[in-house]
Ligand binder design. Sequence first.
Ligand SMILES: *Cc1c(COP(=O)(O)O)cnc(C)c1O
Length: 383
Amino acid sequence: MNSIPYGRQNITQEDIDAVVTTLQSDFLTQGPKIKDFEDGFAEYVGARYAVAVSNGTAALHLCALALDVDKKSNVITTPITFAASANCIRYCGGQLTFVDIDPLTILLDLNQVESTLKKSRKQYAGIVAVDFAGLPVNLEEVRQIASKYGLWIIEDSCHAPGGYFTDSKGVVQTCGNGEYADLAIFSFHPVKHIATGEGGMITTNDEKLYNRLLKLRTHGITKDPSLMLENHGGWYMEMQELGYNYRLTDFQAALGLTQLKRADLGLARRREIAEQYKNAFEGQQSIKWQSSVIDGHAYHLYVIQVADRLGLYNHLKKNNIYAQIHYIPCHLMPYYKQFGWKKGDMPHAERYYEQCISLPVYPTLTDDELNFVIQTILEYTNE
Ligand SMILES: *Cc1c(COP(=O)(O)O)cnc(C)c1O
């Protein structure tokens, strides 16, 4: 059997044709495919605006800039996420407060968020909420807390395009739809649901933030006459603040568009795979999995927790199955330890990390491969 990674892209002839067509067109970058991709993606998640950028990390950085994060800003996030969710605050000089996870959902524990805010003498600026593994954070509850303390919300939805939760009014809230979060971000890295090589997207319903993001994405420059202070003629543009070049190329956007068309198919297959894992592990005392009390999980990852994680990891590897670990807690990274974070600060996150392992889940994983993975795991845990 071929080696089986934990995640991989699905590139079809349609994708290849779309990229080639764009390569032969007038625009390699800053052309029409960008807006097409943005419009299509905004519609997919149900947001008013979308801004395509060069990767998910750039998306996070631009969000922090657009929300005016600076060295006076204190921001709350989860330790169980990819480092970029926290790093974007540091890029702007802000400080992170990690708050422990709920051990059942592996998401930020909102009770602890609230008690942190209540007892702290610090002024907080915002929360970076992460839809870890594809399980959507209940943003309605995050918003209630945020409103009480005057905080903004960035939803890091890299794991959850197409995911949703149902709010207290019974309304289905799609990840990134901008209903409760100020800004949401996505990544198009090959292991994510939609792949453009490198790529990212920011979605929002806030027109001011949207215009600011467009400017920050391209050096802080605007060419929109309605936004300029002066106008000397057709060539005129203004650099109004310090921005970056975080643009996506047109051929990546073309790839994103054809990938987006198949996003629901891929998501359905991810949910099918998750269902089969769940069925296979039901009744196995030695295997725990992320409790999803809500539907709408997008299954970027299928994580299980076992006591002998290293043993299982090595056993799978011996069988050419390359499971992964998501994540080493951010607060234990040497970079973050310099700010005083240490082992013991986040007991739930740390215990989770000792036991977690992400199993293969991606649309092109075949039933034969899936059964092989399941058998290989059961063979080990039943020994
Ligand atoms: C992938 C990912 C990112 C960063 O995205 P890149 O496109 O790799 O920069 C940020 N946050 C989370 C949770 C991710 O999974």
